[in-house]
Write a protein that binds this ligand. Structure first.
Ligand code: SF4
Length: 375
């Protein structure tokens, strides 16, 4: 059954690298939550009365929302979407929001997984990225969350930050391991167009990301995670046994999901739909009953490309039998033909009907996937 994603489109301040949809004005928080509640009740037929296994509050910064409002949203979901008793209910949070009272309330209302946007334990990295929290808050919030009873915690860490040397990165990782969290997501800093970071790089205020250093830091990441008992189950995600993200794993398995809120995406197995990425327009259209989304039906080529790209990023790999079943023997042969040079170079490995990226292939994941696409 569909997982449900709830996009909270507000942040205290704009991180320099971020191109997600959010507003730093919080005047609209309550009207926006009401509009999203209307979307929740208006899309009931899409759940086809199936049970909901996961709910994910993402953003933006969901930890800006008062617990009573989160509880109201969860209550509405439970009333309408058959949320399973043991559903995974994740809230993305920024370290500076996680005080003891807030954490206790989150626990009481049924949030059972926290995804904390730490990004770095170094003050200079946080300042360069314009994160709102300090290195001290990054450390303390995890301990406070654990003391409040949260065992299922994931933290985000960024590598490839200009000025972050390999020794600094190793230290960041050691600090993370010391916190005993069972899940870590780690991404290379990407300079997205039209962000403040892109402007700073263009004007020479910030050095560009050093690709070679970033690759070395990805290798260090894989090695240290492995040594510390984390499974590398998706290219940017590492988990201790029993702590894989159920919500994100369902995306990577191609399952249906419903996305609520401005800019949120939904997928019903064939059609992809995305809500307006404009808070005022989204709320106005919801209230007036107008269409607030666009959609497209994926072509077989798009579905094939998506399956290849996503499956190769996971440790499950790309299943040739699935390709044959869903797209035909001809596409399976095409895939094997395109994969041949990478099988020869050792970037791809084949075990019976499964193609997987090798450790060295993981460094080239996007390029390899795009070379296997149908164009
Ligand atoms: S808190 Fe998250 S969503 Fe908000 S600006 Fe920073 S990275 Fe983007």
């Amino acid at each position: 059954m569909p997982g449900i994603y709830i996009h909270i489109p507000f942040c205290k301040q704009a991180c320099h690298y971020c191109d997600f949809h959010f507003s730093t004005s919080q005047k609209m928080v309550v009207p926006m939550l009401r509009a999203m509640q209307k979307e929740i009740t208006g899309r009931l037929q899409e759940s086809a009365n199936e049970e909901t296994a996961t709910v994910y509050f993402g953003g933006g910064t969901p930890s800006l929302v008062p617990p009573d409002e989160l509880a109201r949203m969860l209550g509405l979901l439970r009333e309408n979407y058959r949320v399973q008793e043991d559903a995974e209910i994740t809230l993305e949070a920024n370290p500076d929001d996680l005080n003891d009272v807030y954490l206790r309330r989150l626990k009481e209302i049924g949030i059972n997984r926290l995804s904390i946007g730490i990004q770095s334990f170094r003050e200079q990295d946080l300042a360069l990225m314009n994160r709102v929290h300090t290195a001290g808050e990054a450390l303390d919030c995890v301990k406070r969350a654990q003391a409040a009873g949260f065992g299922n915690i994931t933290i985000d860490l960024i590598y490839g930050i200009p000025g972050l040397e390999n020794a600094d990165w190793k230290k960041n990782l050691e600090t993370a391991f010391g916190l005993q969290v069972p899940h870590i997501s780690s991404y290379c800093l990407t300079v997205e167009p039209r962000t403040a970071l892109a402007h700073f790089v263009q004007t020479g205020k910030v050095k560009p990301v050093d690709e070679q250093l970033a690759s070395q830091q990805f290798r260090i990441l894989m090695q240290r995670m492995n040594e510390n008992g984390f499974a590398h189950y998706e290219i940017s995600n590492f988990a201790k046994p029993g702590f894989l993200s159920r919500h994100n794993s369902s995306y990577w398995s191609g399952e249906k999901y419903i996305g609520i809120g401005p800019s949120a995406h939904s997928f019903d197995g064939k059609k992809r739909r995305w809500n307006l990425a404009n808070n005022a327009q989204y709320a106005a259209k919801i209230q007036s009953g107008e269409t607030y989304w666009e959609e497209e039906t994926l072509t077989p080529a798009q579905r094939y490309n998506e399956y290849v790209m996503i499956s190769l990023r996971t440790s499950r790999g790309c299943d040739l039998q699935q390709i044959e079943k869903n797209f035909g023997a001809e596409k399976r042969d095409y895939l094997l033909g395109e994969a041949a040079p990478y099988l020869l170079s050792g970037d791809l490995l084949r075990e019976e009907n499964i193609l997987r990226l090798s450790e060295q292939g993981k460094l080239l994941a996007d390029r390899i996937a795009s070379d296997l696409f149908i164009v």
